[in-house]
Design a protein around this ligand. Structure first.
Ligand SMILES: O=C(O)CCC(=O)C(=O)O
Length: 266
C-alpha cells in the first residue's frame, strides 16, 4: 500500500483553490482497486443499493457495503483531502457513496433541486456569499477503472467560484485506476455522457464503478453540508423518521486513528 506523505501538498491546495479540482496519481495500488471494485460490484449484484435511472447507488457506502469501510478512511484519501483543504484538521461529513453505471448531467454538489436551491441548498446560505470563499468542503472521486472520454468525470474549471450551473467549459478528467480526483463541492461537474441504448459504449458505462467521500474544514459550512447531506442519504435509503443512518464502528475507529473527526450529527 502506498504510504501517505503526511506533508500537505501545497500544489494541490492551490489547484483546488484556483481551479476547483486536482488529480493525484497512483494513490491506490492495483490490489486495493481490485478489492474495492469487487466489493462494490458484489454488493450490487446481490440486489443491494438504490436504483436510479438504470444505475445503482449505495448511499452511506462506508457503512453499508460489507468490508469497504477501509476505502473511505484510506490514508491516501485522508492525505489528499487534507492537502486540498490546506489543513490536517479535517472532518468526515458523513457522506460516502458507491455507484455503478451512474451518470449525472451538469450539477453542483453544493445544492440540489431537493434542497430547494441547486446552487447552495446544502449550505443553507445565499449563493452570493457561498461562491466567494476558499474551499471548505471537498469530495474525493475514486474511479475503479481506467477512464476514457466515454466514462470519465467532466468538470468546468473555476466554476466553484461562479454561482451558476451553466458550464462555460468542459474538461475531461482522464485517470488511471488508482488515481484520485478531489474537487470543491461547488464546482459544476458531470458524470459520463449517457449513450444511445444500443450503443457499444453502454457496456463501458454499465461496468463503471466509482466511490465518493466528502470532508470539510471544521466550521458552520461543513456542519450545514453534513446535516443536509445526511438527510439526503436518509431519504435515499428510505429510513423511517428518527432512525439514524447505520454506522460502521470500524470506519469510525479508522478515521479516529488517523486524526479525522466525524460530524457529530447535531
Ligand atoms: O459519476 C460521476 O462521475 C460523477 C458523480 C457525481 O457527479 C456526483 O456524485 O455528484
Amino acid at each position: 500500500m502506498p504510504t501517505a506523505t503526511e506533508v500537505l501538498n501545497s500544489e494541490i491546495t492551490d489547484q483546488v483553490a484556483s481551479q476547483g479540482f486536482a488529480i493525484s496519481r497512483s494513490r491506490l495500488d492495483p490490489g486495493e482497486v481490485h478489492s474495492a471494485r469487487s466489493l462494490i460490484s458484489t454488493h450490487f449484484k446481490a440486489g443491494k443499493g438504490v436504483t436510479m435511472e438504470g444505475a445503482v447507488v449505495q448511499p452511506a457506502a462506508a457503512h453499508l457495503v460489507p468490508g469497504l469501510a477501509w476505502l473511505y478512511a484510506h490514508p491516501q484519501i485522508i492525505d489528499l483531502a487534507q492537502s486540498a483543504l490546506g489543513t490536517s484538521n479535517i472532518v468526515f461529513t458523513g457522506h460516502s457513496d458507491a455507484h455503478q453505471g451512474f451518470t449525472l448531467g451538469w450539477h453542483k454538489d453544493s445544492g440540489s433541486k431537493a434542497t430547494g436551491n441547486e446552487l447552495s441548498g446544502y449550505f443553507n446560505e445565499s449563493p452570493e456569499t457561498l461562491f466567494q470563499s476558499d474551499p471548505e468542503v471537498v469530495k474525493i472521486g475514486i474511479y475503479l477503472q481506467d477512464s476514457i472520454s466515454h466514462n470519465c468525470l467532466r468538470v468546468d474549471p473555476g466554476s466553484h467560484l461562479r454561482p451558476s450551473i451553466l458550464a462555460v467549459s468542459s474538461k475531461e478528467v482522464i485517470m488511471q485506476a488508482g488515481d484520485l480526483v478531489v474537487f470543491d463541492v461547488r464546482i459544476t461537474h458531470a458524470g459520463a455522457k449517457q449513450p444511445e441504448p444500443d450503443s457499444p459504449v453502454m457496456k463501458i458505462l454499465r461496468d463503471r464503478v466509482s466511490a465518493f467521500v466528502s470532508f470539510g474544514k471544521p466550521g458552520r459550512r461543513t456542519e450545514e453540508f453534513s446535516r443536509t447531506n445526511m438527510e439526503r442519504q436518509r431519504r435515499q435509503l428510505d429510513l423511517p423518521e428518527g432512525e439514524p443512518v447505520p454506522t460502521d464502528a470500524g470506519h469510525a475507529a479508522l478515521l479516529a486513528s488517523r486524526g479525522v473527526t466525524m460530524w457529530n450529527g447535531a
